[in-house]
Write a protein that binds this ligand. Sequence first.
Ligand code: ADP
Length: 346
Amino acid sequence: MDGVVSLLAGLPLAAVLVGEDARIVAANAAAREMLGQAIEGRHFLTAMRQPDLRAAIEATAEDGTARSITYQTAKDGRDSTFRAHVARVAAPPGARGVLVSFEDLTEREQAAQMRRDFVANVSHELRTPLTALLGFIETLQGPARHDEAAIDRFLAIMAREAARMERLVHDLLSLSRVEGEERVRPREPVDLGAVMGTVVTMLRPLARERGCALRFEPGPACLVPGNADQLQQVFTNLVENAIKYGGDDNEVEITLGAHPDAATLRGPAIAATVRDRGPGIDPLHIPRLTERFYRVDTHRSREMGGTGLGLAIVKHIVNRHRGRMRIASRPGEGSSFSVILPRWER
Ligand code: ADP
């Protein structure tokens, strides 16, 4: 039997051999982890309760035909999907029985579901402005053909909708680029103070337009290993959100300095925080804000020209920089978005 044990131990999948007497002859560590530590010697029905799996093992023991079945289980409160391969074997010598190996498809299924949701979301986001554009084109070709006031008004709306589509495509491309590069750690020294200065200069007109005071005191250089363009994108998104969602009489304050807790990134770190005085975010939403297309208020986000991708892009760039993001907010008291990055060390 040692031959079987070492054969199963060498497999990358959870695997058990069910003997001709229907007892489990051997199981590798992954199978014991999945089905129970003390399954060897037990009748297979006591270890494998899934009806389709039991039926497949019995049928293969009977007719010798190999089978694959896919089934769902709820383990530790989460749904998992497995594919079990069931085959009759007669090797090594003396080890006759049915070999059952298990492939955990849960992550693959989840990834496929995420892909389907993503495509559905993108299609929906693109269809909304596209439907508006097509509607206005039809009106301009028909009833409003000679109505100059209507033409001006409709063209303005069409320009806004086309700009929305352009922003969405731009953000989708950014997201796909940063996701593609996530494993490659950027290593150029970047001064976060200089990046922040550029962001503040670029967003000051928007802040002024919205009646928002934007505060940032440049201090000593804060160097981090990074990619300057991507870090600029991170803080542009955060400061723009703080201005957009900060409500009336808003103040946005940006602070930059050493992060006090060396344990956060297992080493010296810099924290950059963008704080607003807006209505804040219900704690219920905070863990989901960095999901693609997740918005607290879709109507408001659209009104502000949002794509729902800004914080997803931020999260991926911060991950690429081996940093952390912290979001803190209390309804009525504003929000703060912090990015903690490893400090540059020679
Ligand atoms: P959007 O394009 O909608 O702004 P983001 O990914 O940048 O997408 O943000 C996701 C959502 O998080 C926003 O729709 C908004 O509901 C919420 N949010 C982001 N920043 C803030 C903030 N400073 N204050 C309140 N809500 C915010």
